[in-house]
Write a protein that binds this ligand. Structure first.
Ligand SMILES: Cc1cc2nc3c(=O)[nH]c(=O)nc-3n(C[C@H](O)[C@H](O)[C@H](O)COP(=O)(O)O)c2cc1C
Length: 191
């Protein structure tokens, strides 16, 4: 599948099934304006009491160095030597890096609701982007929890990084990994 065939996708069901996580991007830019439009779709995610518990930080252009440096700061000396350079190059070649952060509520119920809402928002974003031929990978790397990464990336105390998303036009779209039919995980209670 290429970008053109992504654009031809028809129904919402098709869009959901055909979206793929993209890890390799072309050099074509995705602008902050494009991202903002997509986020303005994504924020229609359901969220309890309309708390809108999210915040976004995007790194683009030279700002990608800030992101790369933040990740680098979380590395041990050995890790930095092993893949520091490769990671920097990869980050500088990817159009956008987006952090989606959750404003953490100290109340458990609200925290759970808000985390769920942010997850809904992220999937909205992935689908809205895919409709435009834009791909991304949702990352959950250990550096997200590292104090040095958090500080260098601009994460505030009381914020949880829910996702780091690397965003761009797909260079390679991976084949779909099959899903287990829902019936196999469905318990029907009818009496
Ligand atoms: C919470 C979450 C964390 C993820 N973390 C990573 C990650 O760290 N690295 C990665 O390559 N993909 C990550 N993914 C993407 C999944 O690997 C991907 O969704 C899965 O392989 C299915 O592929 P698909 O999205 O193309 O259907 C993550 C997805 C989710 C929802």
């Amino acid at each position: 599948m290429n970008t053109e065939s992504v654009k031809r996708l028809g129904t919402m069901s098709q869009l959901i099934k055909e979206r793929r996580t993209v890890r390799l991007f072309t050099g074509d830019p995705v602008t902050v304006e494009q991202l903002t439009e997509l986020l303005d779709v994504a924020v229609w995610a359901p969220n309890h009491n309309l708390r809108e518990p999210w915040r976004f930080i995007v790194y683009t252009g030279e700002g990608r160095k800030v992101f790369a440096d933040a990740v680098f700061q979380s590395f041990t000396q050995e890790e930095a030597k092993k893949y520091g350079e490769a990671r920097r190059n990869e980050y500088m070649a990817t159009p956008l890096h987006l952090i989606v952060a959750l404003k953490e509520d100290p109340r458990q119920k609200q925290w759970d609701e808000d985390f769920s809402a942010v997850s809904c928002l992220i999937q909205n974003l992935q689908l809205a982007a895919w409709e435009q031929g834009i791909g991304m990978v949702w990352k959950s790397n250990p550096y997200m929890y590292h104090p040095k990464f958090r500080e260098a990336a601009g994460i505030q105390p009381g914020e949880k990084v829910v996702a780091v998303l690397h965003i761009g036009y797909p260079r390679i779209i991976p084949p779909a990994a099959p899903r287990t039919p829902a019936i196999e995980k469905l318990t029907v209670v009818d009496r």
